[in-house]
Design a protein around this ligand. Structure first.
Ligand SMILES: Nc1ncnc2c1ncn2[C@@H]1O[C@H](COP(=O)(O)OP(=O)(O)OP(=O)(O)O)[C@@H](O)[C@H]1O
Length: 252
């Protein structure tokens, strides 16, 4: 029998100004799951993530979370004039633990070094964040999410602005976190190649939950339903994605 879920949504509904954004969402996510959340633009993926992280509080239904969450939000522009060094940004990930009054201790700085090392960016420790490349900045944001040793890591479109080698590196890091720490990982992404390559479960979301299955059980029908008539174009634009889908598509 499986353990208790670490994230559980029970009849979750969310609307803003009478605009229904999420409807009747039920799902359970278990420790060590590597979950991909996919769906078209405006499907409510980021909204769902913000509900899980607690950023959005006024929803109806129940969402229960067991464990500490590390969150890498969708790409924000780097404010190049903002005078902050990489280690200072990563330390902000420990802010909840240290609080507004206490100062960071030596071991907090050590923790920052360790997490930068894990992500192979230790040489960025002292760099100004405004001088980082887009890919470097993404990894620093992941470091900030990981520095507090979360049980659950949530990443919202982390592949944006990163080149192919950078994406491979990112996937390898996520794989390592799952294998070595049995971390629960949630990855929101439009890159279906990336999603199909490493995730174990997929949530297909478009305002309602179309399906929640093992990645290997997702088929073309599920994806066509999710992306509707735009799917053929979408598949074409994604190029090799179709091959990945076909590989998994044992039923049609
Ligand atoms: N604060 C808000 N006020 C009004 N509408 C909102 C608000 N936040 C989100 N929405 C709407 O909710 C819907 C879902 O948005 P959300 O950002 O969650 O989608 P998404 O699936 O993450 O999209 P994308 O793939 O484009 O990032 C959109 O139609 C969006 O315009």
């Amino acid at each position: 029998m499986k353990n208790e879920p670490v994230i559980s949504a029970n009849n979750l509904n969310y609307s803003v100004n009478n605009n229904q954004i999420l409807t009747n969402i039920f799902f359970d996510i278990y420790k060590g799951d590597f979950v991909g959340i996919i769906g078209p633009n405006g499907a409510g993926k980021s909204t769902l993530v913000k509900i899980i992280t607690g950023e959005i509080e006024k929803y109806s239904g129940e969402v229960s979370i067991k464990g500490k969450i590390g969150y890498v939000p969708q790409v924000e522009e780097i404010i190049s004039t903002f005078p902050m060094k990489v280690y200072e940004l990563v330390l902000l990930g420990l802010y909840k633990e240290v609080g507004p009054i206490k100062r960071f201790k030596k071991y907090h700085y050590q923790k920052v070094k360790e997490v930068l090392q894990l992500l192979s960016i230790e040489e960025l420790y002292d760099r100004q964040i405004g001088k980082l490349s887009g890919g470097e900045y993404r990894r620093v944001m992941i470091a900030r999410a990981l520095v507090s040793d979360p049980d659950i890591l949530i990443l919202d479109e982390p592949e944006a602005n990163i080149d192919k080698p950078g994406q491979e590196l990112l996937l390898n890091i996520l794989k390592k976190l799952k294998e070595e720490k049995n971390m629960t990982i949630i990855l929101v992404s439009h890159d279906l190649n990336m999603i199909f390559k490493e995730t174990t479960r997929i949530l297909c979301l478009n305002k309602t939950l179309h399906c929640h299955k093992n990645t290997r059980d997702i088929n073309m029908k599920d994806l066509k339903e999710l992306y509707s008539e735009d799917f053929e174009l979408f598949a074409h634009l994604n190029g090799t994605m179709k091959a990945v889908v076909d590989k998994h598509d044992g039923n049609t």
